[in-house]
Design a protein around this ligand. Structure first.
Ligand code: SF4
Length: 453
């Protein structure tokens, strides 16, 4: 997602720099990938994201069923429609360069260069900092828009968040801050739209069989699992199917299987270039939907609860982003699955009736049991261990929420802020082999060649 967004930014920059001729003035484009973006770039589909972005596609709206065909055609013809409007010679095999080295500023870096018809060159280096967020060389990681926003209740730590509550719950504080940007109606509709995309993704993943792309020959499992859980019955439409899911969760074992199944479904979709909600990253995109669906189908859920779940979970993710990282290239898998699990745990605890202190305790418990988790995907593909790991993160989140709901938060020895600091210290200590480079762990134990989309 980061390389996609960075490339989109670069195209807009070229449009501005080129003057009246716009993108017609662009004669050539070259993309250099460094560090983790390069080392796991093929497996992560970084080149595919760059190609689609150069073509003017947006990850929110592009037709994911056409990705494979589009990319193959560009590779074969060595031409693409830059920004959707300028036919340009572009050979991905030569003009997207995977470098062995890293740039000193950040482990996830890319430099884009465009040659213009008047002989000038436009060049920018971007850093992908996790979750689709991108910073630009020379901006110090801050906003390049210059916009300064003052929130009524700044939340820079768990303690500060709790300090604002005073009788209000965690979601209310987040909503108050969000109102700086948009109305209540826009907040609710925006979050429900995200939920709707998650729901469609789980449904699609539970109805798609076959082998995942990339050469690892991993079979998709969610569809077969869902089919078994529903005893082979078929249902017309997404609502009828999810109603059947709710009715089929009669035992603990069935509910547990559904949670695993939802997480597998999302990450199988992610691994096959389907549309997922980045939460907080694409590799960890299955945890939050799976836990939300657990709440929606197997608890006393409400629409308000789903909205509040996302408000609380989102703020927890932001705390990790501020105090540590949500990038596996910076902190290993604790920064992806660990953070998503902590986000989901807090969201679930909140909607199950936990106090603010208990909800943050849930996030702390979930992260505590992901500390030190490394990132070592086989072949750099976001498949093994990533897909199953989302199921594990979801189950841990549910367990953490349930422990916290019945727990005494005042007696807890470790606070959310403590565990965020610890996660960051662990990230700094972690050997770079385990930070999304595919140079250690399972990636070395099970060597595999990656095939192109
Ligand atoms: S191992 Fe974890 S952090 Fe690494 S790619 Fe897979 S899900 Fe992401």
């Amino acid at each position: 997602m980061g390389p996609w967004r960075a490339t989109q930014r670069f195209i807009e920059l070229c449009r501005r720099e080129a003057g009246p001729g716009g993108l017609d003035a662009v004669q050539s484009v070259r993309v250099d990938l460094f560090g983790s973006l390069s080392k796991t770039g093929r497996g992560h589909g970084t080149d595919i994201a760059v190609i689609l972005a150069l073509r003017g596609e947006d990850p929110v709206t592009c037709d994911t069923t056409l990705i494979e065909h589009t990319v193959r055609s560009i590779r074969e013809r060595r031409m693409l429609m830059l920004g959707g409007c300028r036919l340009l010679a572009f050979d991905p095999a030569r003009q997207i360069v995977f470098h062995d080295r890293s740039l000193p500023e950040h482990p996830n870096a890319m430099t884009l260069t465009a040659g213009l018809s008047d002989g000038r060159e436009v060049q920018r280096t971007y850093y992908s900092i996790g979750g689709g967020f991108v910073t630009e060389e020379g901006t110090g990681g801050g906003s390049s828009s210059g916009l300064v926003v003052v929130h009524p209740y700044p939340v820079g730590s768990g303690e500060q968040w709790l300090g604002h509550c005073g009788g209000r719950d965690l979601a209310m504080i987040v909503r108050e801050n969000e109102r700086v940007w948009r109305s209540d109606d826009e907040i609710d509709q925006g979050l429900l739209q995200i939920w709707s995309v998650m729901r469609e993704c789980m449904h699609r993943g539970c109805h798609s069989a076959g082998v995942l792309p990339g050469g690892l020959n991993v079979s998709r499992r969610a569809a077969a699992m869902a089919d078994r859980l529903l005893s082979g019955a078929t249902y017309e439409g997404i609502d009828a199917w999810f109603n059947a899911v709710r009715d089929s969760g009669a035992s603990f074992r069935q509910v547990l299987k559904w949670v695993s199944c939802f997480a597998l479904a999302v990450n199988e979709e992610n691994a096959s270039f389907g549309r997922v909600v980045t939460a907080p990253t694409n590799g960890a995109a299955g945890v939050i939907p799976a836990v939300m669906m657990y709440y929606d189908r197997f608890c006393q859920s409400t629409q308000r609860g789903l909205i509040d779940f996302m408000l609380v979970a989102g703020q927890v993710g932001s705390l990790f982003k501020q105090g540590a990282t949500i990038s596996a290239a910076m902190g290993g898998c604790q920064a992806e699955i660990g953070v998503s699990s902590a986000m989901a745990a807090a969201g679930l605890a909140h909607v199950l009736g936990a106090s603010p202190e208990q909800s943050l305790m849930a996030a702390e418990i979930a992260m505590e049991h992901h500390l030190g988790m490394t990132c070592d995907p086989i072949g750099g593909l976001v498949q093994v261990p990533c897909i199953e790991r989302n199921s594990m993160g979801a189950v841990k989140a549910i367990t953490a929420a349930n422990i916290a709901v019945d727990g005494d938060a005042k007696a807890a020895r470790v606070s959310l802020d403590d565990v965020i600091r610890t996660m960051w210290a662990t990230a700094l200590d972690m050997n770079s082999k385990y930070k999304e480079t595919a140079e250690g762990g399972l990636a070395v134990a099970i060597p595999v060649g990656v095939s192109e989309c």
